[in-house]
Design a protein around this ligand. Structure first.
Ligand code: FAD
Length: 357
């Protein structure tokens, strides 16, 4: 029987834990996602006869699910840093099929697609983001449900909510998600981790969409994860995941979550930030290095190295993306000159010209 969006059987919550397709092997797993755009709809039929195509109409009629597509949408306000420019085009798709259609329009028009999660590791350049930026916050993308010792969740679900659901279901192993202020999609892409655990340890399976709008599933064990990265998702859109827990008492889980939360409050600033700006080099934690270089409280415009944690750069008010980038460069230069250490950014710097894509 064919499933429909919103009926509880379609979308990321239907994830199976075995790989049934990989990008390029031509075995999509979400047949309804193929039915629009590249699947036969003529894009030229809705273009004006002369001049540039009316992209807004093109996007919205291709999605065909009531999704509104905005032009020049400010993105900084959707990030925890509250800095940066606008997306040329921005949409919060209502359905997986709508998302697939939008992605196909982008492919046909050679426009890049950017995925914004909860914006907690996302530094948007002041010049903005070319092409289409999508955020998966609609109903089909945020569901969380327990299935035995597994939690099925959409890519737009908050990691904190997933941790709460795991505690409610007496499933241990996801406590570390409680204080990471991102979505499951962002957590997968970043292989988010805290308190000695990482996403890779709990991922049973992932569903994702490629640039052709086709949907695939892969077992977690077949996906490469590395320190704060999942290369597969650099060019694919995560749609959902099945996470693996292990039975434990709700009290023991709650105790660990409370201890983790306390540890965060004791060591991290409450001000606006993107969490750790740099990946930890092997030689020394980045925060300790920055502290030893005497760079705490150093600022550029509205961006300042936090007093509480050297690896956090906060927006003390009115910071631009350029302020953050200048401060990042300054810290990297000092680390290189004085300690011979090359710091790499963990924060994702988003926004490229079409020429660079
Ligand atoms: C106060 C604070 C504390 C933090 N603590 C931690 C911590 O302890 N551990 C940790 O690892 N991180 C931490 N972070 C950073 C951040 O929360 C994580 O990196 C998180 O995983 C980002 O999720 P997001 O939804 O906000 O993603 P975003 O910031 O929106 O995006 C991050 C990257 O993921 C990509 N992305 C987002 N969604 C998808 C998707 N569906 N498919 C494919 N790609 C996608 C984006 O394109 C971008 O490249 C912290 C941040 C803050 C502000």
């Amino acid at each position: 029987m064919e499933s429909r969006p919103g009926d509880g059987r379609s979308g990321p919550t239907n994830l199976r834990s075995v790989p049934v397709g990989k990008p390029g092997d031509g075995r999509p797993v979400h047949p309804r996602a193929q039915t629009k755009g590249g699947g036969g709809m003529s894009l030229s039929a809705v273009e004006p006869a002369v001049g540039q195509p009316d992209l807004k109409s093109l996007f919205e009629s291709a999605a065909d699910d009531g999704t509104e597509v905005l032009k020049d949408a400010p993105l900084g306000e959707k990030t925890t840093l509250r800095a940066g420019g606008a997306a040329d085009w921005y949409a919060e798709p209502n359905t997986i099929e709508g998302l697939a259609a939008l992605v196909r329009v982008c492919r046909e028009h050679n426009l890049p697609v950017t995925v914004l999660g909860l914006g907690s590791n996302f530094l948007v350049l002041d010049s903005g983001v070319r092409g289409l930026t999508v955020r998966l916050c609609g109903e089909p993308f945020v569901a969380i449900e327990t299935d035995g010792e597994h939690i099925r969740c959409g890519a737009g679900a908050r990691m904190k909510k997933v941790a709460t659901e795991a505690r409610r279901s007496c499933l241990a192993g996801m406590e570390f998600l409680e204080g990471i202020p991102g979505s499951i999609g962002g957590g997968l892409r970043m292989n988010a981790g805290a308190m000695g655990s990482e996403m890779v340890e709990i991922v049973e399976g992932v569903s994702f969409m490629d640039k052709a709008g086709e949907v695939f599933e892969m077992a977690g064990s077949d996906i490469e994860f590395s320190y704060r990265s999942c290369p597969l998702l650099k060019n694919q859109i995560a749609l959902g995941a099945v996470l693996r827990g292990r039975p434990d008492s709700a009290e023991a889980i709650a105790e660990r979550m409370a201890a983790y939360s306390q540890k965060r409050w004791d060591s991290q600033p409450a001000a606006r930030s993107a969490g750790c700006i740099f990946k930890n080099p092997e030689a020394i934690p980045a925060g300790k290095l920055i502290d030893e270089l005497g760079l705490k409280r150093t600022s550029e415009g509205g961006a300042m190295v936090s007093e509480e944690h050297g690896n956090f750069i906060i927006n003390k008010g009115g910071a631009t993306a350029a302020d953050f980038l200048k401060l990042i460069d300054r810290i990297r230069q000092r680390a290189l000159d004085e300690r011979g250490i090359e710091l790499k950014t963990e924060v994702q710097i988003i926004g490229k010209t079409l020429e660079h894509d």
